[in-house]
Design a binder for this molecule. Structure first.
Ligand code: SER
Length: 338
């Protein structure tokens, strides 16, 4: 008999590592993780890890031949800055990879006669605010259906994959005589994520975590956006909680397939001030990179997560102050003291 498992793609990335720790803490969960890279040593033994490419059909076929996949957390993606350097690869990984997994999940759902859950992290990068001055001030908390006009390859990829997920979850082969069993597709639009244990790579909201991790190591940091730029953020424990809460929400409570989630919204200068309050020696300067700045300028200053609050009681546990004092500072200090 095949073992029932939860599959995590992109498992060696920031969210993946945090999610494995969480899921493995419950002895009832069996986790199969996938990534191009091995897992860090401290995660060994917490999942059955497969090193390989999501675009390799044989690999996916091997996984479903060995395991009964109950739920998929599809985290593998090239983030926004990386995707601008290699848009073709971004499209392959972000779109074709998602399509391959959605097809696999649909086949498995049909075969087993019940829906496989497909949890998909999307992003504030799906938004593209109008270019006029002050547009962020004018449109303060953007709702899910507003300003869906991304200006990055990553944002386009995520928005399209949300739509593909909705299609596979609601309308797949809608003209067939008998409706096939659909996947149970659920997506979150994350703000910039900040982890104490890992440093992101290839994102454009990375200035916040980079600033914090540099200060903790006593290294100077030149921030690549202007002091006044504002976007929403969230600490990694809340990101993992939100994924799990959405996964556990009763299907009939969900009025949407895609939900905004956020915890707090800060300017780069406000982040600098919080970092300096904890690390008074921190040397932080602002040397904006015009192109990366333009990407962050196109993202909303904040997003409205009232649908998530209403439908599945979403509440972040970490506001900005708690993120710094209780999560980042103690964990980061421990990390670099090693
Ligand atoms: N953190 C992502 C990025 O910067 C946005 O979701 O690309």
């Amino acid at each position: 008999m095949r073992k029932k498992v939860i599959l995590i793609t992109g498992a060696s990335g920031e969210v993946g590592q945090a999610l494995i720790r969480h899921l493995a803490a419950d002895g009832n969960n069996q986790v199969v993780s996938m990534d191009l890279r091995p897992l860090p040593d401290d995660l060994h033994g917490l999942s059955h890890h497969v090193v390989g490419n999501l675009l390799d059909n044989m690999l996916l076929a091997r996984i479903v031949s060995q395991y009964e996949v109950d739920a998929i957390y599809h985290l593998a993606a090239l983030l926004s800055t990386s995707s601008e350097f290699t848009p073709d690869v971004a499209h392959q990984v972000n779109v074709e990879g998602t399509l391959a997994l959605l097809k696999m999940a649909t086949e498995q759902s049909q075969w087993r006669g019940r829906s496989i859950q497909f949890i998909f992290p999307s992003s504030i990068a799906v938004y593209g605010m109008p270019e006029m001055e002050q547009s962020k001030g004018l449109y303060q908390r953007v709702r899910e259906w507003e300003w869906n006009q991304p200006r990055t390859m990553y944002g386009c990829n995520k928005l399209y994959c949300e739509l593909l997920g909705e299609y596979f979850g609601r309308h797949y082969r809608q003209l067939a005589a008998e409706q096939p069993v659909m996947v149970d597709f659920r997506a979150l639009r994350f703000p910039g994520l900040i982890s104490a244990l890992t440093v992101p790579s290839g994102g454009t909201s990375d200035y916040a975590p980079e600033m914090i991790h540099a200060a903790a190591q006593g290294k100077p940091y030149a921030c690549f956006v202007r002091e006044d730029v504002r976007i929403p953020f969230m600490a990694m424990p809340d990101a993992v909680d939100s994924l799990l809460q959405l996964a556990h929400a009763p299907r009939e409570k969900l009025t949407r397939s895609v939900y905004n989630v956020r915890a707090f919204s800060l300017t780069a200068a406000e982040i600098r001030d919080l970092v300096v309050a904890s690390f008074p020696e921190a040397e932080i300067t602002f040397v904006p990179d015009v192109k990366r700045q333009a990407i962050v300028d196109s993202w909303p200053g904040d997003i409205d997560d009232s649908a998530a609050q209403q439908d599945w009681d979403w509440r972040p546990n970490y506001d900005a102050a708690r993120t710094f004092t209780e999560y980042l500072i103690p964990n980061i200090a421990q990390r670099y003291a090693k």
